[in-house]
Design a protein around this ligand. Structure first.
Ligand code: 13P
Length: 250
């Protein structure tokens, strides 16, 4: 079964609107002949600006989070209704910075996943272990729990709009990338978990991105692995010079 590649840029809390516009324009220009699926996920404040630039191109518009309720008294949160209104197509959920810095647990993330899917968004559900969990031999247990709990109540039909991103926390922003072999082992394991939940045929279709210090120098080796279907890129997504070579790894 051949899956397509999906290369996403998570711009995190970087860039003003004008800086975001500059990056988005460069990506539109330089990726117009790209063969894969692409995503730009700027800060909420830049979504409208970037959305206008990527509209009608091969770059999807992504948000980095959403609230777990549609609307109401939730100071500081941003809802799926507001993201829909901005033309957002994809929402990244359960990122390790949300899990660990902002203490989001699996139940909250699951609520967001279900709400986003209900509103027709594509969801990139991030999973991944901490360094101490890896050292304690808990990689599979952690990734299994985050996958199973994150997807609780998600139907097989809704899975067509779910992408998983394996992002080992110790590899994020550290310059330390998982070896292609280590990453592949976790991706293959996650696919087995998905097969148990949804059957082998469906599991074969789910894209599983790798994230954590993806760079132009290591992208091709990672993508060459059977179960690695793309990348969720942080630091290297902030400049066309580093994102475009990753996006065009082949
Ligand atoms: P880096 O590419 O900066 O390690 O970040 C990865 C990430 O967290 C993407 O969501």
């Amino acid at each position: 079964m051949s899956r397509s590649y999906y290369i996403a840029g998570n711009w995190k809390m970087h860039k003003t609107r004008s800086e975001s516009a500059e990056l988005a324009r460069a990506l539109v220009d330089q990726l117009k002949d790209g063969k894969h699926t692409y995503l730009a996920a700027p800060s909420f404040t830049s979504l409208e600006t970037v959305g206008a630039i990527v509209k009608g191109t091969n770059i999807r518009l992504g948000a980095q989070d959403c609230a777990c309720e549609e609307q109401g008294a939730h100071t500081g949160e941003v809802s799926v209704l507001q993201l829909k209104d901005l033309g957002v197509q994809t929402i990244i959920l359960g990122h390790s910075e949300r899990r660990h810095t902002y203490k989001e647990d699996d139940a909250l993330i699951n609520k967001k996943v279900k709400l986003a899917l209900q509103y027709g968004f594509e969801v990139i559900l991030c999973i991944g272990e901490l360094l101490e969990e890896r050292e304690a031999g808990k990689v599979e247990a952690v990734c299994e729990t985050q996958t199973v709990k994150g997807l609780e109540g998600v139907t097989a039909a809704e899975m067509a709009n779910v992408v998983i991103a394996y992002e080992p926390v110790w590899a994020i922003g550290t310059g330390k990338t998982a070896t292609p072999e280590d990453a592949e082992a976790v991706h293959a394991f996650v696919r087995k978990v998905l097969a148990r939940l949804y059957g082998a045929e469906l599991a074969e279709k789910v894209l599983i991105q790798y994230g954590g210090s993806v760079k132009p120098e290591n992208a091709a080796q990672l993508m060459a692995k059977e179960n690695i279907d793309g990348a969720l890129v942080g630091g290297a997504s902030l400049k066309p010079e580093t994102f475009v070579p990753i996006a065009k790894f082949v």
